[in-house]
Design a protein around this ligand. Structure first.
Ligand code: SAH
Ligand code: AVI
Length: 306
């Protein structure tokens, strides 16, 4: 964190990595976001997973499911239910940077799925994929929620290549993608009326304060999220209401920021079928199936080694 934050806050524009949105409170706020009427990705992906899981499990009969950025693993239950009904599934591995949500998720899954080996790994998917245990049967890797879209193109390709190295020829990767659509609909999902997304965004400053002995005042910043058409992404920023001076004692760093400058906290890229296919190909993977929600609200791409 020290190195990331020093680099991000001394850069222009000032930016922080989205993984720092997720401490215990951040994971809890994200769960609240998934229940907001405006936040369509969760509902659309959940319905799609319910629809495709029995067929997908029957066609590939995975012995294990490994999920990256697994969060609460709630939507995953559609696949775990299908795996149990089919009798093929022996292991589920949850991998997430937020320890509290991994502990919560695996405790619930162990209760619900008697006989399933459930593993939890707390780590950063950019750095710690080597912690995933070796194969036990055919492997299905999940990357749901549109989280791949929170990364920049080079990071996405690098990560997809790393995931590809975890796949044997018959293994598969299922990735959730939010798709380009009506801009007001997308912007509403990141500017909810109850202000939960604003609290989620501001919580990043608490995470930074706690990790680096800092004194940012989260309430002195406004949530600002808009769709950048040229880059096809929502950008989420924190905009100071007035000049702010914060000290990060563990870094010996003083940060000054005044309007109109912002702290850029997250990007959430939106895709098209062509942009997904092209990215998979550039990563040494190939698209095997494309499952789209009604009105192309969201999609799941099933990929395998090229
Ligand atoms: N897949 C879940 C959660 C999505 S929220 C769903 O669809 O509902 C994004 C999740 O990715 C969070 O739980 C967050 O903690 C995790 N995450 C973000 N960056 C990460 C990183 N670098 N390494 C591992 N997990 C990360
Ligand atoms: C996890 N990720 C895909 C969410 C998104 O939509 O980009 C995080 C989020 N940010 C604001 N609201 C939700």
């Amino acid at each position: 964190m020290a190195e990331d934050v020093r680099r991000g806050l001394t850069a222009t524009p000032k930016r922080l990595q989205p993984k720092y949105l997720y401490d215990e409170r951040g994971s809890d706020l994200f769960e609240q976001i998934t229940e907001l009427p405006e936040y369509y990705p969760m509902r659309e992906e959940g319905s799609l997973l319910n629809l495709i899981s029995p067929g997908l499990i029957a066609s590939m009969a995975p012995g294990e499911i490994v999920e990256l950025g697994s969060g609460s693993s709630t939507k995953t239950r559609a696949l775990l239910d299908a795996g149990r009904a089919n009798g093929c599934l022996r292991r589920y591995v949850a991998f997430d940077v937020s320890e509290s949500i991994v502990r919560l998720a695996i405790a619930e899954l162990l209760q619900r799925y008697n006989g399933l080996d459930v593993y939890g790994i707390v780590g950063d998917f950019h750095r710690h994929l080597d912690k995933i245990p070796g194969h036990t049967g055919r492997r299905l890797v999940l990357f749901l929620g549109g989280t791949l879209g929170n990364l920049y193109r080079e990071e996405r390709i690098d990560l997809l290549r790393q995931i590809g190295a975890l796949l044997a020829p018959d293994d598969r990767l299922l990735v959730g993608f939010d798709l380009v659509k009506d801009i007001p609909l997308i912007e509403a999902a990141y500017n909810d009326a109850q202000g939960v997304t604003a609290d989620f965004n501001r919580n990043m400053l608490n995470v930074i304060n706690n990790g680096l002995d800092g004194d940012f005042d989260p309430e002195a910043f406004e949530h600002y999220a808009y769709f950048n058409t040229q880059e096809s992404r929502i950008e989420m920023h924190l905009r100071p209401k007035s000049k702010q001076v914060a000290h990060l004692k563990k870094l010996g760093l003083t940060v000054e920021i005044e309007p109109p400058e912002t702290l850029w906290t997250e990007s959430s890229h939106k895709f098209t079928p062509d942009s997904v296919r092209e990215m998979l190909t550039a990563s040494g993977l190939s698209l095997r199936e494309w499952y789209a929600a009604p009105k192309d609200m969201f999609a799941l791409a099933l990929a395998g080694p090229a």
